[in-house]
Design a binder for this molecule. Structure first.
Ligand code: 4NP
Length: 148
């Protein structure tokens, strides 16, 4: 799961997907998240993201910011990006078509071919965090079912 800062959208997607995988007892899936930028390396998720997530029972406090690296193409089968800007940044590091084919917008899971982005809540109001939760939760629900 990849966004810009790895403190709002992608750690939420990581936390939600991990939780669903555990609840549905799906084995052999490794989930991680990171940011395309180096702005928040080592930091915990944004307090507003954490506060909203915990209302839904999703605890993100153990997660720490990390930057996307080219080696992630070797470590992961799928790379879900939150918006088209994240997608461009990740694709810029792709070495070949195999790398490129791993990259997909997260919301294309729930809105196939619409190429919608998860809106960045960082500079907005509190409602943005709940809007993001709803979008990401629906995508992770469908994604986790496909991993069964
Ligand atoms: P995220 O949100 O990409 O969903 O983690 C952001 C977090 C930090 C910044 C931008 C977006 N920033 O500019 O520091």
């Amino acid at each position: 799961m990849v966004c810009l800062g790895n403190i709002c959208r992608s750690p939420l997607a990581e936390g939600i997907l991990r939780q669903k995988i555990e609840e549905k007892e799906i084995d052999n899936v490794f989930v991680d998240s990171c940011g395309t930028s180096d702005y928040h390396i080592g930091q915990t998720p944004d307090k507003r993201t954490q506060d909203n997530a915990i209302k839904h029972g999703t605890d993100l406090s153990n997660l720490r910011g990390r930057q996307f690296a080219q080696s992630d193409f070797d470590s992961f089968d799928k790379i879900f990006v939150m918006d088209s800007s994240n997608k461009e940044d990740v694709l810029a590091l792709a070495r070949n078509n195999e790398d490129k084919n791993k990259v997909e917008l997260l919301l294309n899971i729930t809105h196939p071919n619409n190429n919608l982005g998860v809106p960045d809540p960082y500079f907005g109001g509190a409602n943005g965090f709940e809007d993001v939760y709803i979008l990401v939760d629906a995508a992770c629900e469908k994604l986790s079912d496909s991993l069964r």
